[in-house]
Design a protein. Structure first.
Length: 100
């Protein structure tokens, strides 16, 4: 389902409205989910970049600062991923209820 949801995020607004039965709120929530996904990806990329710097650290203070910064990006990515999932869950629930 997650792969299918990611594919839907690349559709046009008209296609999203068709998928969600014309639900304007669902279309808006999918757009917000797309933004949350992009933000999570940004923070995950930063984590990878910061992690790659670990072997080059010369002292414990630099390593500790890098660890704090990395953890901050991990926390942000997790928060954005959770918001993404919450938005998608809401869209799925709304869309399914419109088919009843």
């Amino acid at each position: 389902m997650e792969e299918h949801a990611k594919a839907e995020l690349h559709l046009s607004e008209e296609q999203l409205q068709a998928i969600t039965g014309g639900c304007g709120q669902c279309t808006a929530d999918l757009a917000r989910a797309r933004e949350q996904s992009a933000l999570a990806n940004y923070h995950n990329t930063k984590v990878a970049s910061l992690t790659a710097q670990v072997p080059h650290m010369q002292n414990i203070q630099d390593l500790q600062a890098l660890q704090r910064l990395t953890q901050a990006h991990i926390n942000q990515a997790s928060r954005h991923n959770q918001q993404f999932q919450n938005l998608l869950n809401g869209v799925v629930a709304s869309t399914l209820s419109s088919f009843k």
